[in-house]
Write a protein that binds this ligand. Structure first.
Ligand SMILES: [Zn+2]
Length: 287
């Protein structure tokens, strides 16, 4: 799959309409002419919501989307269980990595949110959850909850008109996701403190932790040299100042100053000491 883009396609802002699936395909917004999900096991870049599955729910900012597969093309009925592979695994992967998913609505979807004719690109969504359950035809289906990017954004956005604010938020999410995933890839989703790689059915999971926090009052940069790849436990401990990194890149417990581990480093990823010092100064009373 060449030219994969997670995020917006240039010259196709939200609200852009397409007469047909073919036209949306040609624009690069949804690079599948039949399938509802575009992507593979490394992530899904776009979905079409057009009432194809009886179990789909479209509430505008929140979509419950049914996975791919197991359906009889003629009757539209589910005739087999869906599996967490390929395109379905891709949406799960998008959840794990926080990748944005383009949502295209078709004329056959919920009339409250769908175009009267053709297709419309409706912006970026994030997969916030996924699970399986029996569908209406009694076979197991995979379901994905997608929430519009920036929909619940409240803090830390610049003033200005709402459209600009959402655009800024979306750009930030896309950029932030790119950096986070670069760091996670460099470390093979392995925690830089404990060396544990968490495996889930959708693949390895890790979190990107900013050393000097983003936003007020820290105003740390969203850059490679300010991000650690951590497991959720160490992410929480680090963010709350329960652990810190010393001058020799040893990880220590805040109270006892006991060494927990040496920070695991890989080529191509160095942490700026300035941010490590900031984190230390911020959380340690007498460092
Ligand atoms: Zn860890």
């Amino acid at each position: 799959m060449a030219d994969r883009i997670f995020g917006e396609i240039p010259d196709n802002p939200p609200g852009t309409t397409y007469a047909s699936r073919r036209e949306a395909w040609a624009a690069g917004v949804h690079r599948e002419t039949m399938a509802g999900i575009c992507g593979d096991e490394t992530g899904s870049e776009s979905i079409v919501v057009s009432g194809g599955y009886v179990d789909d729910v479209d509430d505008g900012d929140v979509i419950i989307y049914t996975g791919h597969g197991g359906r009889d093309p003629d009757s539209g009925k589910q005739i087999a269980d869906q599996e967490l592979t390929k395109k379905n695994l891709g949406l799960a992967r998008s959840h794990l990595d926080g990748l944005p998913v383009r949502v295209i609505r078709g004329y056959e979807g919920n009339p409250a949110y769908s175009p009267a004719a053709g297709y419309r690109y409706d912006g970026l969504y994030q997969v916030t959850d996924y699970w399986h359950e029996p569908g209406r035809d009694a076979y197991e289906i995979w379901r994905f909850r997608l929430v519009k990017a920036g929909a619940s954004e409240t803090a830390d956005v610049q003033a200005g008109d709402p459209a600009h604010r959402v655009e800024t938020t979306v750009q930030r999410i896309v950029r932030s996701t790119e950096i986070a995933n670069r760091v996670k890839d460099l470390h093979d989703h392995t925690c830089q403190i404990c060396g544990i790689q968490l495996l889930t059915p959708a693949g390895a999971y890790a979190e990107a932790a900013h050393v000097r926090g983003l936003g007020a009052p820290h105003h740390g940069p969203d850059s490679l040299d300010n991000v650690l790849c951590l497991c959720p436990n160490h992410h929480v401990l680090f963010d709350n100042g329960a652990i810190y990194i010393d001058e020799e890149e040893m990880v220590r417990e805040a109270g006892s100053r006991k060494v927990i581990a040496q920070l695991r480093l890989v080529q191509g990823h160095t942490i700026n000491q300035q941010y490590v010092r900031y984190h230390r100064d911020h959380y340690m009373s007498d460092s």
